[in-house]
Each structure stands twice: as C-alpha cells, then as structure tokens.
Ligand binder design. Structure first.
Ligand code: SF4
Ligand code: SF4
Length: 432
C-alpha cells in the first residue's frame, strides 16, 4: 500500500487498524438495526452472541480483541482462537455496524483468523481442510478422492455461458439429483452453456475463511485464468458460496472480467421471458425464502478503492468517496419472484430477512470445529420459521439446505425445499 493512501484491500490486521480503531463499543452489531426488529424473540442477529452469550462472541467483541492484539495488550491464546472460529462469518455485524459507521467489521474478523493461522493456532479439522484443498482441489474431507458426478452429455464446448458447478454440487452425491435438475432447467430454458469439469478450479473460499490467505491468493488467479481461457462472456454460479466468492473475494486477488449471475437469477429471467412456463400455481404451502448469507449480504461486488481520509469543516471525509458494502448488493428479489410464480400464498417473510437474515450455521467453517454451535444456529432459523407461520422454507444453497434440513428433522411442521425442486415440479406437472 502506498504510504499516503488508504485502500479497501487489506492483507493483514495492521492494514485495517485505521478503520477498526473507530469501534466505539456500542454493541449494535449484535442486532439488526432497531427499525428492522420485528419481534423480541428474533431481535438478535449475531448467531455467535446468540449461542455463546459473551460480548467477545460478537463482531464488536472480536474487533476489540483484534485491536488489543495490534496494540500488544494480548496475544493469540486458545480462547482467542475459540472465539474467532466460533463465528459463522455471516456478516450481520458488518451490515448492522455500517448503519451508523464505516467500520469493516467482517474484514477485521477475516484478518483476525489470518493472524491466528499465521501463528499456527488453527484447529486440526481446519488444517485437514487445507490439506484436502492442496491434495484434491476441494475442502470436503469426507469426499476426498471422490469423482465428479456431472453427466458426460452435459454442456457445449466454448458456449458463451460458463456454468460454475463448485465442489458441493460436483462431488457430493447428496446433491447429484439437484445438480441434474438445475442443468435440466437451464437446458429447457434454452441456455447454451459450457462446463469446465476437471479444469474448474476450487475458488479457495474455505482457505480464506480459515485464514490461509496465501492459499486463497493462489487459487484466485487459477480461477480467473480458467474463466479467461474458457472464452465465456458470462458465468452462472450454481452454488451461493461460489457466487459470493467470484463477486466479492476473488476480484481482490485476480480480476474476473465477465458478469457473474446466480442460477436463481437465471430462473427469474427465463420465467419473465416465458422460456420456462410453470403451471398455474396450485400450491398452498406457507412458503418463505431463506436468504443464504453467501447469496445475500456476502455477495456484494468488490469495488477497489484507494484514497485519503481528510477533515473538511471538522468532518472526516474520504477523497475520493470510499465505496461501502451495506450488504444490499446480493441476490434478494429474483428468488422471491420465482417463488411467487409457484405458490398461491402471498409472500411471507422471516422476521429477519434480506440483508438482516439470520444465518443457518453453514458458513465460516464453523460446522467442522463447532458442530453444536452450527446446529443450534440452524435450529434457531427453523424455529423462527415456525414462529412466523412458515411451513416451507425455500432456499438455493447446498450448505444452507443441508443445515436447515437437519434442523427441521427436529421441528414438527416445517420442511425445507430447494427453489430448483419447486420449479422443476411445477414444470413437470404442466407437461404431464
Ligand atoms: S463493531 Fe460497530 S456496532 Fe459493533 S460495537 Fe464496534 S462500533 Fe458498535
Ligand atoms: S460474522 Fe456473524 S456470527 Fe460472526 S460475529 Fe458477526 S454476526 Fe456474529
């Protein structure tokens, strides 16, 4: 970084100190902004604070912890590690804090983990995920050595659209049917697409979340090179995690110069153009869309910035204006538009929705090291559905779907469906 210029690309805690030291310990990052709170039962937005109940387990708590490390007042201990990884990196704290400030809370949490990684203090399970990325090209240790199960007949070489499948859909047999349905729907809608198959690199998101920024930094150019070599003019990401990473994280390390869409956006476009024509809605389920964090507030497009902070008339300003990610740059309306075409009920919402949605425990690599915390977070989301009179949670993220499905097994009267499954079912009924 140039000596006089600030940047919104941070490589280490030291880089973000000028920003993180603005924390005034107001605690607002534990909650959605007051005007967004719909009920006392769902007034907390931070899964970590909700589960562990300590101030340290919150965005502000970890910012203070990071500042303390930077000032040399404390060091990396087992407690610091447990707090830093007992968090889903869901970003609610970041969005809530930015209601009143411009503090990059989430970046600070990523960099706190990087500091812990650099000091060799990460969990063994995370070390195994990193080894799996290096050995097998993905972080799914339980599927190490698995074959990709996408069918040979799929895709057309050099098509303008590149479908990015990602490891969860490529390797996990539990999602094989879902992958087939997605590709079927795209083909029925007339989308001509290519697949990279073995040439599709892993984005490296797990490495970034664990704190191995060097590994993520090596994956990013491989991703950008693969996109460039494909000659594609647009990318459709099937997985919410990949959508988030390709838009918000990879570009910090390597430019991707083609637009990235999520498959739910494509469904909405195909329906609007009547290239997919579902039957008249007959479904009376009380459905609501669960905003996966990777598809929502974690998916804003990265905007590079370099500039100065100056005082004008006693007020600090940035020159040029610094882009702030308020969490509104993700995919919110298209899946709701699709759902409205499949269901007769009016649009229902969780109490916490859009950029203030409560996480489902699937993000941030928490599941492998703190499964009770991750499961408790998913259970709270399912309970929220029940409290809001929702009997069918609809989502389109393989990790959120798996977490919510497992939690819904213990809550009577709530089921979890994918948007793809509902759309496919409606089209099947129309053509039968
Ligand atoms: S991180 Fe932001 S919202 Fe949280 S305590 Fe600090 S200033 Fe307040
Ligand atoms: S990222 Fe999510 S879980 Fe972690 S501190 Fe912020 S709100 Fe809490």
């Amino acid at each position: 970084m140039s000596e006089n210029l600030l940047s919104n690309h941070f490589d280490a805690l030291e880089d973000i100190r000028w920003n993180s030291e603005k924390c005034v310990r107001c605690n607002m990052c534990k909650f959605p902004p007051l005007a967004q709170v719909k009920s006392q039962a769902h007034s907390i937005g931070c899964p970590s604070y909700e589960h562990f109940k300590f101030n340290a387990n919150s965005g502000g708590g970890m910012v203070i912890m990071a500042n303390s490390l930077l000032a040399g007042r404390s060091g990396v201990s087992e407690t610091v590690r447990n707090v830093a990884y007992g968090c889903t990196l869901c970003g609610l704290c970041d969005v809530s804090c930015k209601f009143n400030t411009d503090i990059e809370v989430l970046e600070t949490l990523f960099l706190l983990r990087h500091r812990i990684f650099c000091e060799g203090q990460i969990f063994d399970a995370h070390r195994q995920s990193l080894d799996c990325i290096r050995a097998h090209g993905h972080p799914l240790t339980h599927l190490a050595g698995a074959e990709r199960h996408v069918e040979a007949r799929r895709g057309q070489p050099r098509a303008d659209t590149l479908v990015w499948i990602g490891p969860h859909f490529s390797f996990d047999p539990a999602h094989a049917a879902w992958l087939d349905q997605m590709l079927d729907l795209l083909e029925r809608g007339g989308v001509k697409y290519q697949l990279l198959r073995e040439r599709e690199p892993y984005t490296g998101r797990a490495a970034l979340e664990i704190g191995d920024r060097d590994l993520f930094g090596r994956q990013s150019p491989a991703v950008a090179d693969a996109v460039h070599a494909s000659g594609a003019k647009q990318i459709i990401a099937l997985s919410a995690e990949d959508y988030s990473t390709l838009r918000s994280q990879t570009p910090k390390f390597a430019a991707i110069d083609v637009p990235v869409s999520h498959v739910s956006e494509i469904y909405a476009r195909l329906l609007a153009k009547r290239r997919l024509r579902p039957e008249q809605p007959t479904d009376n389920a009380r459905m609501a869309w669960h905003d996966p964090c990777y598809l929502g507030r974690l998916a804003g497009r990265h905007e590079p910035w370099r500039g100065k902070q100056e005082k004008v008339g006693g007020i600090k300003i940035y020159d040029p204006p610094r882009p702030i990610d308020y969490g509104s740059g993700g995919v919110y309306d298209p899946p709701r538009q699709v759902r409205m075409q499949l269901n007769r009920q009016p649009l229902l919402e969780f109490d916490r929705h859009h950029e203030f949605a409560f996480n489902a425990g699937e993000t941030g690599q928490a599941l492998s090291v703190m499964p009770e915390f991750a499961a408790d977070t998913a259970s709270r989301r399912v309970q929220e559905a029940r409290d809001c009179g929702i009997d069918t949670i609809v989502t389109e993220c393989p990790q959120a779907y798996a977490s919510l499905r497992a939690a819904a097994d213990n809550v009577a009267g709530v089921e979890v469906r994918t948007l793809t499954e509902l759309l496919d079912r409606s089209l099947q009924r129309r053509s039968s």
